[in-house]
Design a protein around this ligand. Structure first.
Ligand code: LCS
Length: 412
């Protein structure tokens, strides 16, 4: 049994979560003031977890430490490929060739490189919105045009607008689709039917597809993930990105799996990518895939409990807010638009009024106004306090607004 209720101090560990929020969320140069000390904030923003990385992974790192030399490292043997490919075969019924696997420090750096390798300077990058902002940044960084296709929010369940996606994919300058599968921030797991329709569009318009599947191990109990590459196995213009970083809370160890079946693209990657790895990260990732399954099973139940707890709290305390339990990820996507004017800066409101750090509003490129994204990967007690603060701040503010309207009516 793992103790997910343990509250672990992360300050003074150079954690983005505790020390990087001012610049990342508020673009603050340090001059902003809040009515809370940094350590008083409830942190529900960046997507890493407040849970200890599993012991089996820490033991894998310790074992490598005892080898005592940490020189230039690249994965040469079969052990790592065996562990990761076995993970994909048993969980997703999906195989890939060893020579198709290349490593990257992160999926974001891989996206930055691949956009440059794939898209000519006048070509465009297509993705679904709302979106993890780094998909747009990968286009911006490479001076390629970003093209967004808005998802349709059907009573809380997001659907792909296939007419819009087809129209934008038919632009001959659109050469790459970055697919987020499972989807951050909505939590959708695209169904095989949806994946097939995406595949048909990609093949018809000769699109490259990067399927970013970093969240694929973090599913609600009973849900199933089907890798996009499994849907169109004969189309080699599909790059699959997976990693242990989200699954096992080891993003700081900077190791990701990029599967590139297309030989020409893979040779460009091998020629231009800085192709060395951190030996401790390789040991950690191999241990994760070989021995992390039990921990992940228990994490799944704990996160499912946090989603149920959140859904119940909102129903009781914020009846005008709506949230569908995410099919995947540990991120809750909550529509609070009925409580706020469109102009409200939601992250700033909750930092000042609730002492809660969260992402929301226009932080997801577009099609996200009025929504907040809550990271639920924290001990239940912390979640309870965060939700209490959020609902009290909204109701206080809402009451304030009603009082304001009443006062105005009395004065007129
Ligand atoms: C869809 C997606 N792709 C890639 C990454 C980052 O990959 P890395 O470069 O770390 O390997 C994230 C992390 N998502 C985060 C991180 O903080 N907030 C988020 O929504 C993500 O959600």
């Amino acid at each position: 049994m793992y103790d997910f209720d343990e509250i672990i101090e992360r300050r003074n560990t150079n954690a983005m979560n505790t020390d990087g929020f001012r610049e990342y969320i508020f673009r603050d140069d340090g001059s902003m003031t809040f009515p809370y000390k940094d350590e008083e904030f409830i942190r529900m923003w960046v997507a890493d977890m407040e849970f200890a990385t599993p012991d089996v992974i820490i033991d894998g790192i310790k074992e490598r430490l005892e080898k005592r030399i940490f020189g230039y490292t690249r994965i040469f043997g079969n052990e790592y490929y065996g562990a990761f490919s076995n993970w994909c075969r048993t969980r997703y019924g999906w195989n890939f060739d060893k020579q198709h696997l290349v490593m990257s420090n992160g999926i974001i750096p891989a996206l930055y490189e691949l956009v440059d390798y794939i898209c000519a300077e006048d070509e465009k990058v297509l993705f679904l919105t709302p979106s993890y902002a780094y998909f747009k940044y990968a286009a911006d960084y490479n001076n390629r045009e970003a093209v967004a296709s808005d998802l349709i929010n059907e009573a809380g369940r997001y659907q792909i607008d296939f007419a819009d996606l087809k129209k934008k994919a038919s632009d001959e300058k659109v050469s790459l689709l970055i697919l987020c599968h499972p989807h951050n921030p909505t939590g959708r797991i695209w169904t095989e039917e949806e994946l097939r329709k995406i595949g048909e569009i990609a093949v018809e318009h000769k699109l490259w597809v990067i399927s970013d599947e970093i969240h694929c191990d973090l599913l609600r109990r009973g849900k199933q993930h089907v890798p996009f590459a499994k849907i169109i196995p004969d189309y080699d213009k599909v790059i699959t990105c997976m990693a242990p970083s989200k699954t096992f809370n080891m993003a700081g160890l900077m190791i990701s799996n990029i599967i590139i079946p297309n030989e020409e693209l893979r040779s460009v990657w091998s020629a231009r990518h800085y192709n060395f790895d951190n030996p401790l990260s390789v040991a950690a990732a191999q241990a994760a895939y070989e021995k992390g399954g039990d921990w992940l099973e228990e994490l799944t139940d704990y996160l499912d409990g946090n989603f149920s707890f959140t859904k119940k709290h909102l129903a009781e305390h914020l009846p005008e807010a709506t949230m569908e339990v995410s099919e995947s990820t540990y991120l809750a996507w909550v529509d609070v638009s009925r409580y706020f004017s469109e102009a409200e800066n939601l992250p700033l409101f909750f930092a000042h009024e609730a002492g809660v750090l969260l992402e929301g509003g226009d932080m997801f490129v577009q099609n996200s106004d009025g929504f907040i994204r809550l990271n639920l990967a924290c001990p239940r007690a912390v979640l309870q306090e965060g939700l209490r603060r959020i609902s009290e701040a909204i109701n206080r503010s809402c009451v304030g607004q009603q009082q304001l309207m009443t006062t105005r009516k009395q004065q007129n």
